[in-house]
Design a protein around this ligand. Sequence first.
Ligand SMILES: [Zn+2]
Length: 81
Amino acid sequence: MNLNLDTRGPLPDPLDEAQRAIEDTIADGLAHVRAQMRKQAVFTGQCLSCDAPVGPAQRFCDGHCREDWERAERARARNGA
Ligand SMILES: [Zn+2]
């Protein structure tokens, strides 16, 4: 009796590649969701761009600050941070 019963080897390459592709897709999705969540930034009572005090439900003191902040957000999302 000298049967080789060890049939467990490394996964075939196609499966490995599929696994990697899935993990990449998930990572991309998570990065996207995180970027979306940052856009829904919580109200802090201060302009998110220049820290000036703002009223309830306001996140920026004016349109310029909002544009600045959104530009920075887009740059951050592009860099994957
Ligand atoms: Zn501001």
